[in-house]
Design a protein around this ligand. Structure first.
Ligand code: F6R
Length: 607
């Protein structure tokens, strides 16, 4: 949430900063701004998108050092004055900040009592005043002094008119990376802003600070002692990041269409056809350790949590190990009992979601073993886990998660397969699933090829103010994910329910104005599910049924969406994809910006 960029080097900073911000806009898009250090610190900031900031930029804003920010509002509404960077009264210091200061109220009062006039409603502004009021000799020491009175989370970057050759950054709970160039250095909250310039990066740890100058960087702790954080080359394809800044097609659409390739990448090198199992070296667990696992507990947020529910079902079915998923955002607050025989699995696209990260840290503090299913390599969650499975979905920048969710499902299938094959899952069943996983990319193509029809269904659903998504057992997390996609980007009310629970209350809401999207795969529960559809139809509820070819829906009047058959355990993946497209087209019909839905941002790094 919120994006930070910074630059020191031989080039003019302003265009580099705005270009970096455009690449980070998915992280927050209600306002943006930059500060450039030339003969003085100059700040330009605006409510609205980065494009509006670029439009407002004066012709000449010279300086080879600068910082920039794109904001997702926490303290105070999106306005010019609340946009970052924030400065002290004299404009000597400028600060950009991700995260939330818990004691901002007290610090604001203290500053006001000392005669400081605060210009904005933000928590961040206090940092600028604190740095400016420090009498320390160096910028590093001034920042450290300010941080000493701050409580909360931050990734922040500071520039100062008296130290025009440097940017000082600090991290506590919000990611920051230093990018190493040729006689120039970068800093950013996300690799996406760096890859065009460099893929040699250093990840800062919590509690760490860094100074970047044109000639290099140094890292240190709050007592000003040096740390030995070094830069390394990350194995990413910079072209994979290009679309976000330049493309006209919504990023969400591109990402949905990338799913055959992303699923193939998740599978690559991990399937063992001969023994019907998976190889997951990154888990760092030998067969004995895998066998010793008594339970699996999956933790994630939002769509990652729903993918986790799909994963728990897979693990119970294939490995016959009790498994469940819980929202990490709840888990971390309930002083959970940590069981040494449970394998905890943290699932996250960004690897930054603060609730998931704090859940991981809590488990490890209490002696539990956590592995990660994470997309972003080297991210905080990936680094906090004991081992893991990288998803290899490629960069996902649309706020609504699509290709990450389907690769999470595949990651769980691989884990379930491996856990199953060290137990009682037969070679024959293992081979059956390996073959099924191998078929997925092509079958995803088939589903995507039906986009025109799914667009029509999306248009029809967009007319309804409110709707249900229902499913049973394997179908229920699919329904939850379908409802989530629809509400995020179309702003229609979509409620997911277990098919079996409808008659215990919500059936009262069914009417011709309230459609139901039902997940009805061809499996051992099909008849039960069709029974529930009749109950909905009998009350005049319009139905959209996601199912398999040949499932006899009898005389139900329903729109049906057929997805290809695979092994029934793998059904959730192919059932999920049409719901992404339906949501996407519903949102387009309603004229929404699908990549930047209101009130949301990618990567929830605040509590
Ligand atoms: C939904 C969505 C969010 C994320 C959630 C977790 O489309 O994008 O619900 O799934 O915020 O994010 P990660 O996976 O980055 O931990």
């Amino acid at each position: 949430m919120c994006g930070i960029v910074g630059y020191v080097g031989g080039q003019q900073a302003a265009p580099l900063l705005t270009e970096g911000l455009a690449r980070l806009e998915h992280r927050g898009y209600d306002s943006a701004g930059i500060a450039v250090v030339g003969s003085a610190v100059r700040v330009v900031k605006r409510a609205g998108r980065v494009q509006e900031l670029v439009g407002a930029m004066p012709k000449r804003i010279a300086g080879r050092t600068g910082i920039g920010h794109t904001r997702w509002a926490t303290h105070g509404p999106a306005s010019d004055v609340n946009a970052h960077p924030h400065t002290d009264a004299t404009g000597t210091v400028a600060v950009v900040h991700n995260g939330i200061l818990d004691n901002a109220g007290a610090l604001r009062r203290r500053l006001e009592d000392a005669g400081v006039e605060l210009a904005s409603d933000t928590d961040t502004e206090v940092i600028a005043h604190l740095v400016a009021r420090s009498e320390a000799d160096t910028l590093e020491a001034k920042v450290v002094e300010a941080l000493a009175v701050i409580e909360g989370t931050y990734g922040l970057a500071v520039v100062h008119a008296d130290f025009p050759d440097r940017v000082v950054v600090a991290r506590n709970g919000s990611p920051l990376l230093v990018g190493v160039g040729e006689k120039e250095m970068f800093v950013a909250s996300d690799l996406a802003a760096l890859v065009r310039h460099t893929t040699t990066v250093a990840h800062l740890d919590d509690g760490e600070l860094a100074t970047i100058t044109a000639s290099g960087f140094t890292t240190f702790r709050a007592d000003l002692t040096r740390t030995d954080t070094s830069a390394h080359r990350v194995d990413v394809d910079p072209s994979a990041y290009e679309h976000g800044a330049t493309g006209t097609e919504p990023r969400m659409h591109t990402e949905m269409l990338e799913q055959p390739a992303s699923v193939e990448r998740t599978l690559r090198g991990r399937l063992d056809e001969r023994f019907g199992t998976a190889h997951l070296g990154g888990l760092g667990m030998d067969p004995r350790e895998l066998r010793a696992v008594q339970r699996v507990k999956i933790l994630g947020c939002g769509s990652a949590y729903y993918a986790g529910q799909m994963g728990a079902q897979l693990i119970e079915e294939l490995a016959r190990v009790p498994a469940d998923a819980e929202a990490a955002s709840e888990f971390r607050y309930r002083d959970a009992v940590i069981d040494p025989d449970t394998l905890y699995v943290a699932v996250s696209q960004s690897g930054e979601t603060v609730d998931t990260l704090l859940a991981v840290e809590e488990i490890r503090r209490k002696g539990g073993r956590v592995v990660g299913l994470v997309n972003v390599v080297g991210s905080a969650i990936a680094r906090a886990c004991d081992g893991g499975i990288y998803l290899h979905a490629g960069p996902e920048t649309a706020v609504a998660s699509t290709k990450a969710v389907t690769t999470m499902f595949v990651g769980f299938a691989l884990l379930a397969l491996q856990l199953g094959r060290v137990r009682d899952l037969s070679v024959a069943d293992g081979k059956r699933l390996v073959a099924g996983l191998g078929r997925l990319p092509e079958q995803i193509e088939d589903v995507l090829a039906g986009e025109d029809r799914l667009a029509d269904i999306g248009k029809t659903l967009a007319r309804a103010e409110s709707m249900f998504f229902v499913g049973r057992v394997r179908g229920y997390p699919v329904a939850r994910e379908g409802a989530q996609k629809l509400k995020e980007i179309s702003y229609r009310h979509a409620e997911a329910y277990q098919m079996s629970e409808l008659k215990h209350g919500p059936l009262a809401l069914i009417s011709p104005d309230v459609p139901t999207v039902a997940i009805v795969p061809d499996d051992e529960l099909t008849d039960r599910n069709i029974g529930a559809l009749h109950e909905i139809a009998a009350r005049g509820g319009p139905l959209v049924v996601v199912t398999h070819p040949g499932v006899d829906l009898g005389d139900l009047v329903a729109e049906r969406i057929d997805v290809p058959r695979n092994e029934k355990e793998l059904d959730p993946l192919l059932l999920t994809i049409p719901l992404q497209l339906v949501a996407y087209h519903a949102a387009l019909t309603l004229g929404h910006d699908v990549d930047r839905p209101r009130n949301l941002a990618k990567s929830v790094t605040v509590e």
